[in-house]
Design a protein around this ligand. Sequence first.
Ligand code: URA
Ligand code: SF4
Length: 218
Amino acid sequence: MVATTEELLELHGQVRDCTACPLHLTRIQAVPGYGPVTARVMAVGEAPGENEDREGKPFVGAAGRLLTSLLESAGLDRRDIYITNIVKCRPPRNRDPEPIEVEACSHYLDEQIALFQPDVILLLGRHALARLLPGAGGISRLHGERLRHNDRVFVPLYHPAAALYNGGLRETLEADMRRVRGYLADAEAARARRAGGASASELRQVAAAPGGAQMDLF
Ligand code: URA
Ligand code: SF4
């Protein structure tokens, strides 16, 4: 575990008290993020909507339900993932966040990433992609791809809300989520190797070595 519960609660408290941009004037409450402190995967959306503003948790409306079922369809459990947004307060009438709001808020996201050190960061939609991988390209080209930047692994995905209105995108998102599952398995294996465990290929070499053939390594 990288983050501690105290650090995460402290950060959430700062977000809830934040008045650094005009969005604090119209919110019911800020939505810092939600998920276990042990999460190895982070998902980053755009901004809270009406339901999120009311409940104080991210992705609890229709887009959130679709996100949950997309994750499930790929064998992933939402309860293992820390979910947050680029801006933590709802823009009025769900308009796009203004650059000045993104600018004011993004240090919280940077701190969340630094706390969790996630294996994989899912970028839900073009706002998250533009903020965390500026200049990388558009979502229609990069969705489902695994991109390394600053020693982190990112996967841009279409925003689930877009798939609510476009059934074809839902299938694309399902296929991309299955790829995410593979990326997570790779990331876990890499972490195990870094922690000092032998890699599968090293084990295979041992198994193939003279006298090693009878060893049951797997
Ligand atoms: N859409 C988002 O981008 N974030 C939420 O939290 C909910 C809907
Ligand atoms: Fe603070 Fe971010 Fe909310 Fe603006 S959107 S008030 S910067 S928490």
